[in-house]
Write a protein that binds this ligand. Structure first.
Ligand code: UDP
Ligand code: MG
Length: 344
């Protein structure tokens, strides 16, 4: 960390995946707010392997907005992994995270900062008062998700708090010290136990473009949330086993009575249903075990969830030093020699 960068008061981390349509509107609203704070800041745009013009637009914006820093991930690694990349690289005394689609109002960031300073808080959550602009499907699935997570992960998790929040440097360092790779920040951050406050806001509609969270990514987030924070599903197997055991005891009495009464031949329906039921229960339990073993497996592999391909704040190589690949390219008269290290 250079001495120049530690003076940054605020970092704003923004994960972006194919946000070329939302980007101009985001900059138009975010920049005046941040300039208005009157303290040194950086905007850390984490380009999560976008396939559209997001990288190009960010490159252009950097010429006119010196506070903009661009971190590009090598491939699409997901919202939470992009947040991880941003949190690990941000240098500010406070670090805010916000989505790129303006569903969360950037105007709330100064309010969050003021609250954190006034009450000496390490975490300020952005809590959605009203989601009437989200689709009915999104509202219902989100309702189930937050209900389930509060039951599993504990009540300290504020309902309806997404990934719009402010963290102090201490909280960020605590997150960075964790070895766990697959973070779900809306569960992890409350779990840290730092003093926290809330800022309420109304969730707006996405300003442009489509949601980048298809059903498959929503399911992945829900499964990561549950398996990352609770072993309760594993206990489900035990409870199902105990229940089946007692049901079997009852059925045993029934079969003995039926045998004594000589009524044993009909009954393939109940037998068939029993076999199907036990089979289904066993498959569910094996699947649950598999989810946890999968988590153990990825944890043991210790592979990072993302790779940074480019960070505009990384210092360039020593001035005047010859790049051997550039030299090679010149010798072979290859056009790669120019701009090899600069992003698209
Ligand atoms: N996002 C990302 N990587 C992904 C999916 C989403 O960085 O693989 C970003 C996206 O660009 C946005 C934020 O995560 O800034 C939230 O995504 P989105 O608004 O599409 O989700 P929704 O609000 O529909 O749940
Ligand atoms: Mg959104």
């Amino acid at each position: 960390m250079t001495s120049e960068r530690t003076e940054t008061a605020l970092s704003v981390v923004i994960p972006m995946y194919n946000e070329e349509e939302a980007l101009p509107a985001l900059v138009a609203r975010l920049r005046p707010v941040l300039d208005g704070i009157g303290a040194p800041y950086e905007v850390l745009a984490v380009d999560d392997g976008s396939a559209d013009k997001t990288a190009e637009l960010l490159g252009d914006l950097r010429h006119v907005w010196p506070e903009l820093r661009v971190v590009r991930l090598r491939r699409n690694s997901g919202h939470q992994a992009a947040l991880t990349a941003g949190l690990h690289r941000a240098v500010g005394a406070y670090v805010a995270s916000i989505d790129a689609d303006l569903q969360d109002p950037p105007e709330k960031i100064p309010e969050m900062l003021a609250l954190a300073l006034e009450r000496d808080l390490d975490i300020v959550y952005g809590v959605r008062n009203d989601r009437s602009t989200d689709s009915g499907f999104k509202r219902r699935t989100a309702g189930v998700y937050y209900w389930m997570m509060r039951r599993l992960a504990g009540k300290q998790m504020p309902a309806q708090a997404g990934d719009f929040r402010l963290l102090s440097r201490e909280a960020v360092e605590a997150i960075k010290s964790l070895p766990d790779q697959q973070q779900v920040y809306r569960l992890l951050v409350p779990w840290l136990g730092f003093p926290s406050g809330e800022v309420h806001y109304q969730r707006d509609e996405r300003v442009a473009g489509e949601t980048k969270y298809p059903l498959s990514k929503m399911i992945r987030l829900a499964v990561d949330s549950v398996t990352g924070f609770s072993a309760a599903p594993l206990r489900l197997a035990t409870w199902l086993g105990v229940t089946s055991f007692f049901a079997c005891l009852g059925l045993l009495v029934f079969t003995v009575v039926a045998y004594v009464a000589g009524k044993t031949v009909p009954g393939w329906t109940s037998l068939f249903v029993g076999v199907l039921f036990i089979g289904a229960v066993q498959l569910i339990c094996v699947g649950l075990l598999g989810e946890y073993i999968g988590r153990i497996y990825t944890a043991v592999q210790r592979r990072p969830t993302y790779f940074v391909g480019y960070d505009s704040a990384d210092p360039a190589g020593p001035v005047g030093a010859a790049d051997p690949v550039d030299e090679l390219a010149v010798r072979l008269a290859s056009p790669r020699a120019v701009g090899r290290r600069t992003p698209a």
